[in-house]
Design a protein. Structure first.
Length: 482
């Protein structure tokens, strides 16, 4: 509180930008979360002693700090809820009227208000770049051709990472609007002019999306299937659906629901079992065996049963962790590890809480460690390559689109190379060797034509959903002849 008083007093004499820079430098050894907490407590204690200008400056700095340290709407909501209760208890109503209404609404915006600004967000997950994804799918030549020729066969789209069903709902709404525009009937009276098949290996996601899209399930426009997207062709045939689609969407990574659920073990900030499996541990393995190619190995199995060399390889390969060997040694020395807290403590024993670069700090290191274990547990790298090089080229028709959202460099590197070259890694004949003297490709037909460069989420969306900050959207169009 003494440190916070010094900081808050400077707000009366320093401009906002200088104040925030000084506050961050002064608190170099403290986290941004603690900085935000101290700022709010201090101006709550100050009461009417603070001028409106000083309060506004402090609130702006506090909001900046909260947004910088928040990795999810739920985390931001938790921090601001504490701050709000402190202010309501210590600042009079008359004094609150002097504050900026805009800043208060931004600082204390609830999750429901954020969902209203994100039309397809739910408690389960907030879809990233929904409008951009749907536009990329519907503008495919194969879709336009079917609508132009007025064919009876409706286009089929596959949401291969269903999650909470946000992207599927957005796509179905657009398809319903297209049907209403063509027939001139109200949207509510029309079936969507197409069908969406949702794929997810998490039964929680299947249940949540089915409840959310019940009306589309009833009219036959939507079907949810529990399986791995790498085994997509087999699952479609088992459900009587031809393995042919005009577009496929892959929203890679982990959903908000999975991260926020401590029992899943995906988050290092929550106490829970060291699991990290996309499929729940209570699923029937015999029932899922024909549909899921991923072994049911948990993160606890990897850290407790693997030798140091394998753990180091996992951290270095899937997390690109520079301290892989040191962390692997610490994990082996602290066995057995049963909970996420056990793993956090093992990493903390060899990684300082603060470092000169943010990348080498404890929080960033824990994020890489948990990412590496999650990828290894679920075989995400192997399955991503399979769906990009085998399932997607076989299922997406000529002129159809493959739309992929990646969230870290490992995913994006695979997606980019497959869309540009048709394969990932080394090959017998490099694509660079199949170009003429003018640089034109003259080799065998490639499966995909990458449309433009990767795009990022808009600032407005990142403000509402911080997890969209790292998303990269890439679009590939299916070519003929392969």
């Amino acid at each position: 509180r003494q440190h916070a008083s010094i900081l808050i007093n400077t707000a009366t004499i320093l401009p906002k930008k200088i104040y925030f820079n000084c506050a961050c430098k002064y608190n170099f050894q403290m986290s941004f979360k603690f900085l935000a907490y101290l700022l709010v407590i201090s101006y709550a204690d100050a009461g009417t002693k603070m001028t409106t200008a000083a309060l506004t400056t402090a609130m702006k700095c506090t909001y900046c700090a909260i947004r910088r340290i928040s990795t999810s709407p739920r985390q931001a909501e938790f921090i601001t809820k504490i701050c709000q209760s402190r202010i309501e208890n210590r600042i009079s109503t008359a004094f609150r009227r002097k504050t900026s209404t805009f800043l208060l609404s931004k600082l204390f915006s609830s999750k429901n208000e954020q969902q209203q600004e994100q039309p397809y967000a739910s408690d389960y997950h907030a879809p990233v770049m929904a409008d951009e994804c749907i536009e990329a799918l519907l503008s495919a030549p194969s879709v336009s051709d079917k609508y132009r020729r007025n064919l009876e066969q409706r286009p089929i789209f596959i949401d291969a990472t269903l999650g909470g069903g946000g992207h599927s709902e957005a796509l179905l709404e657009r398809l319903r609007e297209l049907g209403a525009d063509r027939d001139g009937s109200p949207d509510s009276d029309r079936r969507p002019l197409g069908m969406v098949v949702g794929i997810d290996r998490d039964p929680d996601a299947i249940a949540a999306a089915t409840r959310r899209l019940r009306s589309y399930v009833e009219d036959g426009s939507f079907m949810a299937i529990q399986t791995n997207f790498a085994d997509l062709e087999i699952a479609l045939e088992q459900h009587g659906i031809p393995p042919v689609a005009d577009g496929m969407l892959l929203d890679l990574g982990v959903s908000s629901h999975q991260i926020d659920d401590p029992e899943r073990g995906f988050s290092f900030s929550k106490e829970g079992p060291l699991d990290m499996r996309m499929t729940r541990h209570h699923d029937d393995p015999e029932r899922l065996a024909p549909l899921l190619s991923t072994p049911s190995t948990s993160a606890a199995d990897i850290v407790n049963l693997s030798d140091m060399s394998r753990i180091r390889t996992i951290l270095a390969t899937y997390g690109e962790e520079p301290r892989a060997k040191k962390i692997a040694d610490a994990i082996v020395a602290r066995r057995p590890l049963r909970t996420t807290s056990d793993l956090v403590e093992a990493v903390a024993s060899v990684v300082p809480e603060r470092a000169r670069s943010r990348r080498m700090g404890r929080t960033a290191t824990l994020a890489r460690v948990f990412q590496a274990l999650r990828v290894a547990v679920n075989g995400e790298d192997r399955e991503l390559r399979r769906v990009l090089t085998e399932a997607a080229p076989d299922i997406v028709v000529e002129g159809g689109r493959l739309v992929v959202l990646g969230y870290h460099s490992l995913e994006d590197r695979v997606v980019k190379q497959v869309m540009k070259r048709g394969y990932f890694g080394k090959a017998d004949v490099r694509i660079e060797d199949q170009k003429d003297v003018y640089g034109n490709y003259n080799g065998p037909p490639l499966p995909w034509k990458m449309l433009g460069k990767g795009s990022r989420a808009k600032e407005e969306e990142v403000e509402l959903n911080p997890r969209a900050r790292s998303a990269i959207l890439r679009v590939g169009e299916r070519q003929a002849g392969d």
